[in-house]
Write a protein of this length. Sequence first.
Length: 255
Amino acid sequence: MIISHKHKYVFVGLPLAASTAISKELCQMYDGKPILAKHAIYQDFLKVATKEEMKYKVIACSRNPLDISVSQYTKMMNNANGNYSNENLLRKNGGHLKQSEFELAQQFWKKQGTYDEFLNEFYKVPFDNFLSVTASYCQYVMRFDHLQEDFEKALLSCGIEPQRPLPVVNKTDKKESYQDFFNLKNQKRALYVFGPYMLKHNIPFPSVWKEAEVSFLSKFLFSIMAKARKFYWLNKSYRDTNPQKVYKELQEKYN
């Protein structure tokens, strides 16, 4: 999370949604400084904010869950930054990775699993993330698919004149578009996993999906789990872990 007392804004960095690039740029160019954890949610901020800070404008960045999923699969298969061979990054050791995610990544390296296999094995229930408990507090939510344009709009919404295009960091090494991973064959499974979230946040389905309809069971499970997830996210989670490299450097330099 990044805060600027000069410009009176708070940036909520959602996982896998350009939070590193945006956090770094806000600190370097727009008088931001790190506060709390990299992926702290706005409710964490409310616990420590002053009355004046609660009036600050809130911005965040969202990402299509299909893109998140493909990025996660690609990072697993490529062991990005050595994350999936470093046990220090496990939650039990103060990191951010689930044990199950770590073990699944190892399995996929060995068998060179396909994305469809990943979709079936990694997601057992409908997808959701911190955006669902963040969006209602935001004055502006950037879209990852339109990051350059929306970053400028987010700055302008805070009364800040953009100084330069947003530099790209932590780019996933993949040549294919995430949409290339989705087809009629995996449509049913993908709709079950991602459909309710996409409907909630008005994210369009891929054009290749014909007559796409989200099942009642999926929407029902998403609704029920949203309550449990919200309780967990607001009361106990892995957010307060050892800071990752870039965020730690920002903390040391700007705090």
